[in-house]
Design a protein around this ligand. Structure first.
Ligand code: SAH
Length: 384
């Protein structure tokens, strides 16, 4: 940023993550007449989320004195990129450091002419799913709406995809599949998604946004009604005993309750099917009997199954199923009429694949060291 202001960035209010009403409030507090504040807020919004500018001097529809006052009081600073990694398959991963030194990762998974950006909702995760690397890191905290929106800005900055292109976007989809459980941080996630969906900003349609949950059943319906995004469920087991063991959240919201919430998911239809993610764990959940039970379990729900080969991480207690077991599993699910693509692992070389994300900042803190930039964890993503 080359703002001409004299006050240090931390003394200025960061406007990223604010909606129009909040921007208008800031303007009024700054002395703008209430009458014009709404229009000004709209203009500000457009510069922040459509043009992606980080410098108030570029906001040419605002008059010079106003731009100067804005620069004195506010900032549009992004979090520090503590590390950016690029996989040999084109996947990019950013480790972002927020103002309090905590870190989270986002991952971009490019396809030929589009791609999915996988965003984190929390620093760490409380779920402790046995197969997930992030689960070995204790939750440090929820990410704020600003921190979630900032992940998007950083990715767009990296591809210089500003102003928001009408078509042919590289960053075309968003998946809430990074670190954390988005439905445990619903308010901030919802606010960030609302901003992302706004047609005068990032303009990512709800059809191109997928929220993945380990199964916070009571929040699922609300998510559907308020956001209307695509839903993905991390299923991974078809019986409560096993699911209790590998995904402790199942003890709170068992399969019957989870599936009931899916049946009631607003807007689920054949055109908007619910994705069931299923990680393939050798000898644990990958038998033909499991595949048959899966098909029965989801009967009646407009669904597709996403089979995810298990991605290993240091000390992981599981192995990935054999390609034959995965094929056999997929064939049974296919035969029952469900599409069951096997998710190609992306970004494994930079630990950017599903379930590989983990920030090292927590480790450093535990041992009494201050948090510092180090190789960190990665998330996963898929374009639905
Ligand atoms: N908490 C949310 C969002 C995380 S999404 C959720 O659970 O859905 C991350 C996805 O990667 C989930 O489907 C998760 O179960 C899966 N995953 C976790 N660890 C994995 C691993 N080691 N290999 C493959 N997939 C994994």
């Amino acid at each position: 940023m080359n703002e001409t202001s004299t006050s240090p960035a931390h003394e200025r209010t960061n406007l990223i993550g604010m909606d129009r009403a909040e921007l208008a409030c800031q303007l009024v507090a700054m002395g703008e007449p209430e009458k014009g504040a709404k229009l000004r807020a709209k203009q500000l919004w457009h510069w922040i989320y459509h043009h992606g500018v980080a410098d108030f001097s570029e906001m040419t529809t605002l008059n010079g004195p106003l731009r100067e006052t804005l620069a004195e009081r506010f900032t549009l600073a992004r979090p520090d990129v503590a590390r950016e990694q690029r996989s040999e398959d084109g996947t990019r991963k950013w480790l972002l450091r927020f103002e309090d030194g905590q870190e989270a990762e986002s991952v971009f998974i490019p396809e030929e002419d589009r791609g999915a950006l996988c965003l984190s909702s929390q620093v760490g995760c409380t779920l402790t799913c046995k197969f997930c690397h992030t689960g070995t890191q204790r939750l440090v905290r929820n990410l704020g709406a600003r921190e979630i929106v900032s992940q998007f800005l950083v990715a767009r900055d990296s591809y210089d995809e500003w102003p928001t292109p009408q078509d042919g976007r590289m960053i075309s989809n968003i998946v809430m599949m990074g670190m954390g459980e988005p439905l445990f941080n619903y308010d901030n996630v919802a606010k960030a998604i609302q901003i992302a969906m706004d047609p005068e900003g990032f303009s990512i349609s709800r059809r191109r946004i997928t929220l993945s949950t380990a199964g916070v059943a009571p929040m699922i319906e609300r998510c559907g009604a308020e956001l209307g995004v695509n839903l993905a469920i991390s299923l991974h087991a078809v019986e409560d005993d096993l699911r209790d063991e590998i995904m402790p959240i199942n003890r709170k919201y068992p399969l019957a309750q989870l599936l009931e919430a899916c049946r009631r998911y607003p807007r689920a239809s054949n055109a908007r099917r619910i994705t069931f993610e299923y990680v393939m764990l050798k000898g644990v959940n990958d038998s033909p009997a499991d595949a048959k039970a899966l098909v029965q379990l989801i009967a009646g729900i407009p669904a597709k199954i996403n089979l995810i080969p298990f991605n290993a991480w240091p000390g992981a207690p599981y192995e990935c199923s054999s390609p034959e077991a995965i094929d056999q599993f997929a064939a049974i699910v296919n035969k029952a009429g469900y599409s069951a693509p096997v998710r190609a692992p992306r970004g494994r070389d930079i630990l950017a694949a599903c379930g590989q994300l983990r920030s090292e900042s927590v480790k450093a803190r535990r041992s009494g060291q201050p948090s510092k930039p180090r190789p960190a964890p990665a998330p996963q993503a898929a374009i639905s």
